[in-house]
Design a protein around this ligand. Sequence first.
Ligand code: AMP
Ligand code: MG
Length: 478
Amino acid sequence: MTFLNRYDDISKEFAPVSKPRQSSAPSLLLWNEDLAKKLAIPVSQNGASELLSGNRTPLGVSPVALAYSGHQFGHFNPTLGDGRAHLLGAFSDPQGQLVDIQLKGSGRTPFSRGGDGLCALGPAVREFVMSQAIAALGVPTTHCLAVVTTGDSVFREQAVAGAVVSRVANSHIRVGSFQYLALKDDKQGMQNLMEHAITSHFPDITETGDARVVAFLTAVCEKQIELVIHWLRVGFIHGVMNTDNTLVSGDTIDYGPCAMLEAFDFNQVYSSIDRQGRYAFGNQPNIANWNCARLAESLLTIMASEEEAALNMLTTAIGMFSDKFNQAYQAMWASKLGILEWDESDSELLSELLVLMNEHKLDYTNTFAALTNSLLATPSDLFRVPEAIEGWHKKWQLRIANSELTEVTKIMRCANPAVIPRNQLVEQVIEQFTENGNSQLLTQWLDVLNNPYNYEQPSVEFVEPLSSGINYHTFCGT
Ligand code: AMP
Ligand code: MG
C-alpha cells in the first residue's frame, strides 16, 4: 500500500471521511517534478490530473477533512476545519518520514459552512510559486506538488477558472487542532494528537507526564521562533497568522494574502483585510508568541498537576519565548551584516541602518544584497550600495575590516538572497495564467527562484522592486 490514513485514530470527529467533488475536465497545469522526485511521491505526472483533482482517490485510503478551531485576527472561531480541502492520505518519503498529500479547492466538506469549497486559479498559482520560492530560500514550508484546473467555473466577484492545489506537508497539525480538542474537553484526543505530533516532529522528547507536555510546548515554541526568524531574514509577510494557519511542525502554511517586503518598514502590511496591522512584517514574532500561548492554554487541559502548578509550568515555558527569540534575532542580524561576533555597539550600527532604510524607503532584499555584493571578487552591477547609506557603509566596512573576508562573505551570502519572489512578478504570472492558460514568465523565472543565493545569475527584471507610489494589496486566497 502506498498511501495510508494518518489521523483516523485521534478522536471520533477529528477526521471525518469526505469525498472530493468531481471536476468536469481536470487538466494538469503546474507540476513540481523536483519535489515529486525528492520525496518519491507515489503519484506520476501521467495520472496526476485525475488523482490531484480528486476525481479518483488512491486505493486503500479514504480522503478526510480535518477539524480545527482557530483565532482569526484575535477572535476565536470554534468551528473552522478544512472547508475546502481533502486530505488524500499519507506516504512514506525516502527517509521514512510520513508526508501528507492534501487537495485544496476540491469541494465541500462537513466544515464548509457557507463556502463553496472551491479555489480560484489565481490563488492556486500564487501558492505554487510562493511555496516553491520560499522553500528554495531555505524557509521551512509546506510544498505544492501540482495545480490542476478543474474545467469548472468558480464564482468570486465574477466567474473565474477553478483549480485544485495539491499540498504536500509533513503534517497538518495546527495550533487550532489542539484548540478544537480543548473546546470539546477531549483529553484523550488531545493526548493522542500530542503523541502523534511528537512521533512525527519531536521524536527526541523522552519526558513523561506533565514534563512531556511542557517539552512538547517548548519544542513547538522553538520551531515557531525558527520559522519567524527565517521570515524576517528573507522579508516574508505571511499575512494571516491565525492559530488555524500555524502548524506545530513549524512549516509555513497557507499562502493566501502573503507578500514579500520591499521598501523596508517593520509596519508593512499588504493584506487588504489586515486593517489593524496585526500581522505586519515586524509584528510576526509577537503573534507567533501569542499563538504559542494559545497552544499552552489548550494543553492545560491534559496537565495532571493541580491547576496553579500546571499553569506555572506552562507559563514558564511560554515565558522563555522572548529570550530565545531575541537570541536568534541577534544571530540573524549578525549573519545579514556579516558580523562574526556581535558586540554591544553593533545594535546601534544595525539601528542606524534600519532607520536609514526606512527613511529612504530602501528595498530590504536589494540593500542587504548590495552589502553582500560589495564584498564579492567580481561584484554584480545589479546591486549597488544606495547613496543614502554611503556614510553608514563606510562604518560597516570598518566594523568588518578585521574579520576574515571569506568567512564574512560566506555567511552573508547564505543569509541574504539575491532573488525573492517579487510581488509584481507573482501578479504578472497569475495574470498570464488567467488570460492565456500559461506563463512564459514563470518558465524563465522558476530557475532563478530556485537558486536565490546565486548572485551571478539574475537579470534586472527579477530583482526590481515594485515601482514606488504603487500601493500593493493582497487578498485572502479564496
Ligand atoms: P483560510 O483563510 O484559507 O485559512 O481559511 C479559513 C477557513 O475558511 C478554513 O476553515 C477554510 O477551510 C475555510 N474556507 C476558506 N475558503 C473557503 C471556501 N471557498 N469554501 C469553504 N470553506 C472555505
Ligand atoms: Mg487556512
